[in-house]
Design a protein around this ligand. Structure first.
Ligand SMILES: [Zn+2]
Length: 224
């Protein structure tokens, strides 16, 4: 049984978080949206109260009674916390979500809820497919270019005509910096490649539609 991965930086504020591995057991209860590769953010209480999980790729919570989560199999999971750990967020960012602006939307919702600035927040980037294993084609690059501009091209390394290796983690860091998070506030110790490590991680690119999903969770600290 492999354990969840934690981020030392984020752990200083929010002990109750983890990036999933293949057979790690997430905590219960767990509240998560129906992910659709968009930029919509849902509140944890709204999500929990809904008969069917609402469509969203980011969830924000101030509840210490239950954890919130996103699931991935190559896309980037991002866990976020306000300065006191009392408001947290979980984001699912693949190339479609990144192009749509899910990172900016998720951080904005967290800041609005916590009443703080991005400069005071912490983020942690979890396991996702690395540029070592992630070649994309021109339509993907064009969509990212349209949505994100210069950082999109900077995260791509040309391979063969019409293709490039894409660094999704670098795109996430750029989007977080755009939201005013300092580089030093972005933890990357858990940002390892899912496709390179079949023992620990599910990978859609490697395993196809039968791939499982990794569960990444965070629970707000009780208010002082
Ligand atoms: Zn790899």
């Amino acid at each position: 049984m492999s354990a969840v991965l934690t981020d030392p930086l984020l752990a200083s504020l929010v002990p109750a978080h983890g990036f999933g591995t293949r057979d790690a057991l997430p905590p219960e209860p767990l509240v998560r949206p129906k992910q659709v590769h968009g930029d919509r953010v849902v509140d944890a209480l709204v999500c929990r109260a809904a008969a069917q999980p609402p469509e969203a790729d980011a969830i924000v919570s101030a509840e210490s009674e239950f954890a919130i989560a996103v699931v991935t199999a190559d896309c980037v999971p991002i866990l976020l916390s306000a300065p006191d750990g009392a408001v947290v967020a979980a984001l699912h960012a693949g190339w479609r979500g990144l192009a749509a602006g899910v990172v900016a939307a998720g951080v904005a919702a967290l800041l609005a809820r916590a009443g703080c600035s991005g400069a005071a927040c912490l983020a942690a980037i979890g396991p996702h497919i690395g540029p070592c294993c992630y070649e994309v084609d021109e339509p993907v690059l064009a969509a990212l270019d349209a949505g994100l501009g210069a950082p999109a091209r900077a995260a791509a390394r040309a391979t063969r005509p019409g293709h490039a290796r894409l660094d999704l983690g670098a795109l996430c860091r750029a989007a977080l910096r755009d939201a005013c998070l300092p580089e030093a506030a972005i933890g990357t110790t858990a940002a390892v490649c899912t496709a390179c490590d079949p023992r620990r991680f599910h990978s859609y690119r490697r395993d196809g539609p039968r791939s499982g999903r990794l569960v990444h969770f965070i629970r707000a600290a009780p208010r002082g």
